[in-house]
Ligand binder design. Sequence first.
Ligand SMILES: Nc1ncnc2c1ncn2[C@@H]1O[C@H](COP(=O)(O)OP(=O)(O)OP(=O)(O)O)[C@@H](O)[C@H]1O
Ligand SMILES: [Mg+2]
Length: 289
Amino acid sequence: MTVAISIINLKGGVGKTTLTVALAEFMAVQHGLKVLVIDLDPQTNATVSLMDQDEWKRHNVRGQTLVRLFRDYQENTRIFSVDEAIVHNASNIGGGITGLDLLPSSLDLIDIQDEIINIPSTGLISHRPLTLLGTAISEAMTAYDVVLIDCPPNLGLITQNGLILSQYYLIPVIPDILSTYGIPQIVSRISRLEKETGAHIQSLGVVINKYRQQNALHRNQVSILRLEADKVGYQRVFDTIIPENARAAAVMDYTLPGARIHNKYGYETPFTQYQNLTKEVLDLVLPGD
Ligand SMILES: Nc1ncnc2c1ncn2[C@@H]1O[C@H](COP(=O)(O)OP(=O)(O)OP(=O)(O)O)[C@@H](O)[C@H]1O
Ligand SMILES: [Mg+2]
């Protein structure tokens, strides 16, 4: 069984991408799982932190990124090949992690969203625009234990394509007012999407990121988030809290050498936190594994 999890928040900069990359690397390295990261964000942060920039340029030139999939829909072509688009042995740890693959994004994805909404679904490819991604990759997905989807900070058509093929979503937040303000909106919009499409997309919970223990607002906000989990419907706040720390910030830099997972994440922070969080997530989505 493949489990797909969207990592989502409408607020930018809360740590969606950092968390996606860390979970993927810990799941693959420490649990031996086959993991696919799908980068749905035109900012391409997950892409450039998991693969070499030159290799990514070659992919882009050949047109084998997610942009091609959506362009096929617009232009009535069938050029996108999921097998060609997927990058194998992604990550800068040990020159690439066996079992960690990436479906890269492209800056051009930013144009697609507005254009595609106006295209009538007739002709060669007549799927509903919401299920384009799911339809294109469903077969390839079966080769993976876990699919992690790094979403852009919006709930547009491309994000919805990712949500629809997910059984779960995870909400990283910074525990301040602005970053947590939109959580009820995420939950209600996703539940509306479920009703409209018949998909089942369950919240796994909120992950606290960039936590500052000295900050009273942070401490207070974490308590409120724990109290409101049931009422708002995001299920839980994960026990593991990721503190603000320089190493977590450096995770995104592909050019930093890292022969082993400890070179990238250290031995304490944030290594321990990502290790524990990965276990918490896997206990929920792959119990008994
Ligand atoms: N625990 C942390 N401590 C310190 N810095 C962090 C931590 N987690 C993430 N960062 C840094 O914060 C910035 C935003 O993180 P990230 O890009 O993961 O957020 P995002 O939610 O994906 O943003 P966007 O909405 O732009 O896609 C990055 O510079 C990242 O390196
Ligand atoms: Mg991001």
